[in-house]
Design a protein around this ligand. Structure first.
Ligand SMILES: [Zn+2]
Ligand SMILES: [Zn+2]
Length: 378
């Protein structure tokens, strides 16, 4: 079991060792194996990480208690072949906060994890680092979507081009090349005067990550993001109204550390129409009607958003009267059918009459004996 050496053995202390003894043992070994003392020595670096892990766990009373408990359970299970060594290795890496790739351990490890990481971990401990490196969903992006009146009525398929933040392909979102932190030698711990490690504080240079970014990525200038034009197909449902939000899942900004993309939220801005005026699902229009049509009644052709429609003008229709064309409005987005078209009548009076027209009207006038003004005050 080279991958998972017993933490007590690593530090060379008995299981009954006091916290003070453990710290003392660690300092002694840390001085010996610190990467600064052994530049370029991979074995020393490995040993240094090993003792650091052991130290981090055994000097934390809660972690130590869990390790004591878990370590024995592990040994037992190992003998009966229940757990693979890889699992345990993963566990140890997270447990000691040496920086893993994510919570990939399943099964019975979950409870133990929850317990350990649910409690506050100290500065520079695994929990903090793991979260900072964990996958995170990209931001939601809001964008206005200009739609013509007609597109809003009938629905449409539209291709739009958007410039959105994407993970820089050159540096994979890191912002540059990384190397072992020069301040802490990869331990993630702060150093005090004389090269003594401060075992409780995170390294200020790398914030405890153990690696630092060197050399700015030329592609993204160090931000880790590039602006990329994306072509997105949008299906505009019929009946969409101004201010309506169309959500396209997973079309927003790129995720961080392998997280999913955010959403793209398109806010509809619907254009005006020179003739039709929209109010929700209803459409309002004003139509000129001859006074003869209005008086005698008629069936006239009027434009609607659904094409030409027949409108019955009942006899005796007055100026300004509103006639309704049922179901000739716009689709309601809740699926409850269509609105109506409301036609406001604008009476048209001829300003020039032929001789014959005049004679006819004079005959009508002579016959029109009741006075519409008889009720007015004198
Ligand atoms: Zn880059
Ligand atoms: Zn550092």
């Amino acid at each position: 079991m080279d991958q998972a050496k017993d933490f007590y053995d690593v530090l060379g202390v008995p299981r009954s060792a006091s916290e003070k003894d453990i710290r003392k043992a660690y300092k002694r070994l840390a001085r010996k194996y610190h990467p600064d003392v052994n530049p370029g020595d991979a074995e020393a670096e490995r040993r240094f990480k090993e003792i650091t892990e052991a130290h981090n766990v055994l000097t934390d009373a809660e972690k130590r208690r869990k390790y004591d408990q878990f370590g024995r359970a592990y040994q037992h299970a190992q003998q009966s072949g229940q757990w693979r060594s890889g699992d345990f290795d993963d566990f140890l890496r997270h447990f000691a906060g040496a920086g893993g790739t994510g919570f990939t351990v399943g099964g019975s490890f979950g409870d133990i994890f929850g317990d350990i990481f649910g409690r506050g971990a100290g500065p520079g401990a695994g929990r903090v680092r793991t979260e900072a490196r964990g996958p995170r969903q990209g931001d939601n992006v809001e964008h206005e979507l200009g739609i013509s009146f007609e597109e809003a009525v009938s629905g449409a398929q539209k291709a739009i081009s958007l410039t959105l933040a994407d993970r820089c392909p050159a540096c994979d979102g890191v912002g540059g090349t990384t190397q072992t932190c020069s301040a802490c030698g990869g331990t993630g711990m702060a150093r005090q005067g004389g090269g003594v490690l401060n075992l409780n504080a995170a390294c200020p240079r790398c914030q405890g990550a153990g690696r630092e970014v060197t050399g700015r990525c030329k592609e993204c200038g160090g931000s880790g993001e590039v602006q990329r034009s994306r072509r997105i197909n949008v299906k505009i449902p019929p009946g969409v109204d101004g201010g309506k939000r169309i959500v396209l899942r997973g079309e927003g900004a790129a995720g961080v550390n392998g997280g999913p993309r955010g959403d793209l939220v398109l806010i509809a801005r619907v254009g005006e129409h020179p003739f039709f005026r929209r109010q929700g699902a209803d459409v309002h229009v004003e139509v000129p009607v001859k006074f003869t049509e209005a008086t005698l009644g008629a069936e006239i052709d009027v434009p609607s958003v659904r094409g030409s429609a027949k409108l019955k003008v009942p006899p005796g229709t007055r100026n300004g009267q509103v006639l309704r064309l049922k179901g000739m409005g716009i689709e309601r987005m809740d699926g409850s059918g269509r609105g109506d078209q409301l036609v406001k009548v604008r009476l048209v009076t001829p300003d020039r009459l032929s001789r014959r027209q005049k004679e006819c009207l004079e005959e009508i006038a002579a016959e029109w004996t009741d006075d519409p003004r008889e009720d007015l005050p004198a």
